[in-house]
Design a binder for this molecule. Structure first.
Ligand code: SAM
Length: 249
C-alpha cells in the first residue's frame, strides 16, 4: 500500500510525540549504547551493572580483575586510556594519600609528594576529554585542594547495610537519587573492647568483617563499590539520563 508524503510526515510526527512523552515519563530507557570507562575498578561491580544495561563498559585498573570478565578489563594506568573516545567515565581513584586521617602523617615530605601526585591524577581525571564524568572518593583533601564534591552519598541510601561517606564530583551527570533508604539507626556495628588501647571501640560491621583478611584482600574488600550504588549509577546515569535535567557542570 502506497502512503502519501503527508501521511508519512504525520506518522513521523506522531512517533516523535510518543517518544518525547515516553522520555518525559521515564517510561523507556534510551536505546543509545554508551562506551563507558570504569576507571580504577578491579572488581567490575560497576562495569557489570552497566553491561547489564546493554552498555559497552570496560573496567580499567593497574591490577588484574577479580571479576568474571577479563575480556572487559583493561589492565593499564588509566591515564593512558582517557583519550580513547569514551562517552562516559566513572572513576574510583585511590584515596590513600587524600584522606583527612592521613593529615597526621603529612609532616613526612615523602607523603606530601605522594599527596601532590594523587591530586595531580584527580585533576587529570576531571579534565579528561570525556563528556560525562563521575569521580568517587571518600571525604578528604580534594574538597579543599580542588573543589567541593557535588554530592555526598552513603551505601545505606541504596539498600546496603553500611555507612561510608562517599563523595561524587560530577560533570554533565545528574545527582544520584536514593533508591532504597535504610534507617540509619538500624545500621549494624561491631563493638569490642580493645585491650591494647584500653577502651571500647566500634566499627561498621561490613568494615570490621574484613579485619582478618590479608592486607591486600582487606584493602580490596573494603574498597569494593557497594552493589546498590553501582546499580544506581548504571540506572540513573545511562537509561534515565535523558529525562533528568538536573545537570552538574
Ligand atoms: C579505591 S580502589 C577502588 C576499587 C573499586 N571501587 C572496585 O570496586 O574495584 C582504587 C583502585 O585504583 C587502582 N589504581 C591505582 N592507580 C591506578 C592507575 N594509575 N590506573 C588505574 N588504576 C589504578 C588500584 O589498583 C585500586 O584497585
Amino acid at each position: 500500500m502506497k502512503r502519501s508524503v503527508s501521511s508519512i510526515l504525520k506518522l513521523k510526527a506522531k512517533a516523535i510525540v510518543i517518544r518525547q512523552k515516553q522520555l518525559f515519563l521515564g517510561g523507556i530507557p534510551t536505546s543509545e549504547q554508551l562506551r563507558i570507562l570504569v576507571a580504577c575498578e578491579e572488581s567490575q561491580t560497576v562495569t557489570m551493572a552497566l553491561r547489564s544495561q546493554g552498555h559497552e563498559a570496560y573496567s580499567c585498573d593497574i591490577l588484574p580483575t577479580t571479576g568474571k570478565h577479563p575480556e572487559w578489563h583493561i589492565q593499564d594506568d588509566v591515564l593512558n586510556q582517557l583519550d580513547k573516545g569514551w562517552d562516559m567515565m566513572i572513576a574510583f581513584p585511590p584515596c590513600t594519600y587524600l584522606t583527612v586521617s592521613g593529615n597526621a602523617w603529612m609532616h613526612d615530605p615523602e607523603r606530601q609528594k605522594e599527596r601532590r601526585k594523587a591530586l595531580a591524577i584527580i585533576r587529570k581525571l576531571m579534565k579528561a576529554p570525556i563528556d560525562k564524568i563521575a569521580i568517587e572518593n571518600p571525604i578528604g583533601v580534594i574538597s579543599t585542594a580542588i573543589r567541593k564534591p557535588d554530592q555526598i552519598i552513603q551505601p545505606y541510601f541504596f539498600g546496603d547495610n553500611a555507612k561510608k561517606s562517599t563523595c561524587l564530583w560530577l560533570k554533565n551527570l545528574p545527582l544520584l537519587e536514593p533508591t532504597d533508604m535504610l534507617d540509619e539507626d538500624q545500621l549494624e556495628y561491631k563493638h569490642w573492647y580493645d585491650k591494647k588501647k584500653k577502651r571500647w571501640r566500634r566499627q561498621p560491621l561490613w568494615y570490621y568483617k574484613a579485619r582478618d583478611l590479608s592486607d591486600e584482600e582487606r584493602r580490596r574488600v573494603r574498597s569494593k563499590t557497594f552493589q546498590g550504588i553501582a546499580d544506581a549509577m548504571a540506572d540513573q546515569w545511562t537509561a534515565k539520563q535523558q529525562v533528568n535535567n538536573r545537570k552538574t557542570a
